[in-house]
Design a protein around this ligand. Structure first.
Ligand SMILES: NC(=O)c1ccc[n+]([C@@H]2O[C@H](COP(=O)([O-])OP(=O)(O)OC[C@H]3O[C@@H](n4cnc5c(N)ncnc54)[C@H](O)[C@@H]3O)[C@@H](O)[C@H]2O)c1
Length: 331
């Protein structure tokens, strides 16, 4: 035991969870990473202790909470591929929904009542152009988004019925990498724009597709809100500090309030790397809105959320530094 308050980080060996472990350690907490390593990486666990386990193992979670005298849980463990969730919804509801229920049961048994949960902009479903605020009704259109929305719904009931306090943080497009270059985005199956574009530049992907260039946007490609992973990690620490002061939590968007089109992101990558990403144009994917940009004002007010690293240049620079190290060029 380090003497610093211990925080359980489920999914702490994954992309965002690893950055949260680093932010926690820097803020004076002792992270305990709890991960099945199904999509995570043991070498990402560089801050704090590692426990190899599944969140669906209630006894193991409960014992870990007790053994490490955990004061709060940050819950990142989930599956998050939209297409896979459509093909295999059971996998998503079992892990993201049933897994969270098991985690909550273990927390109740261990007397731990503070939680910060990963949610997503995908809870909103199809949205018209303009900033999306938390006041908008959530109507997810795929099992992944639905599993996250169900977790938010059940947490509202747990908050009222039990002594639980919980923040649900709805990330928009998480991207970038820690400045140390030791952790970043690495998945067996990569679907995100920036890593795919960089992997195409490095020769790891035969093709890079832009899905739709006929949207009603200035350059015809879809607009998204990109948020640096270190800014996300810092927001989790702010939420944790509020919980420790007695805040009840709630749902908050984590985005910048500014959108960039696919072509603008590719231009930023070309400016950073000196090379154009080879690309093909494919039809729009069903359910992809023209624009998805967060209204971050609620998080700004409550969490003091002022993303410092989420300008496109810093995002692309940090991601490229990570990719060059993690996936050396093969072409
Ligand atoms: N990456 C994004 O842009 C984004 C956007 C919105 C929300 N999110 C959410 O953020 C969270 C983290 O996403 P990420 O991009 O870091 O994904 P990731 O796959 O890199 O990390 C998830 C981690 O959870 C672990 N895990 C999964 N199921 C588990 C289980 N049953 N028990 C224990 N560990 C388990 C995995 O091994 C992995 O280390 C997820 O909940 C995801 O839905 C991500």
């Amino acid at each position: 035991m380090s003497g610093q308050p211990a925080v359980l980080v489920t999914g702490g060996a994954g992309y965002i969870g690893a950055h949260a472990c680093k932010a926690l350690a820097e803020a004076g907490f002792s992270p305990v990473c709890y991960d099945s390593l199904e999509t995570g990486h043991r070498e990402f666990v560089r801050w704090g202790t590692f426990v190899h386990g599944d969140i669906r193992d209630q006894a193991k979670v409960r014992e870990t909470l007790r053994q490490h005298q955990i004061v709060a849980v940050m819950h990142f463990a989930a599956f998050s591929l939209v297409g896979e969730s459509v093909a295999d919804p059971q996998k998503y509801y079992q892990n993201n929904l049933a897994g969270t229920l098991t985690l909550l049961a273990a927390m109740r048994e261990a007397g731990c009542n503070r939680l910060v949960v990963s949610s997503t902009g995908a809870v909103y479903g199809e949205v018209p152009s303009g900033l999306v605020s938390e006041a908008r009704e959530c109507k997810p259109i795929n099992p992944y988004g639905a599993s996250k929305w169900m977790v938010e719904r059940l947490l509202a009931d747990y908050r009222s019925a039990y002594d639980l306090t919980a923040f649900c943080l709805r990330y928009f497009n998480a991207c970038g990498a820690d400045e140390s270059g030791s952790i970043g985005e690495r998945r067996k199956s990569e679907t995100h724009l920036i890593p795919r574009a960089m992997m195409a530049l490095q020769g790891h992907l035969a093709d890079f597709a832009i899905f739709g260039d006929d949207y009603p946007t200035p350059d015809g490609t879809a607009i998204r809100d990109y948020i640096h992973v270190t800014d996300l990690a810092d927001a989790h620490v702010s939420a944790l500090r509020l919980l420790l002061k007695g805040h009840k939590g709630g749902s908050f968007n984590l985005g910048t309030g500014s959108g960039f089109s696919v072509r603008q992101v590719l231009a930023a990558i070309a400016a950073e790397t000196g090379r154009e990403v080879p690309r093909t144009i494919m039809p729009r994917r069903p359910g992809d809105p023209a624009e998805l940009v967060a209204d971050p004002s609620r998080a700004r007010r409550t969490l003091d959320f002022l993303p410092a690293r989420s300008d496109l240049r810093t995002i692309v620079r940090s991601a490229w530094a990570w990719h060059q190290k993690a996936h050396p060029r093969i072409s």
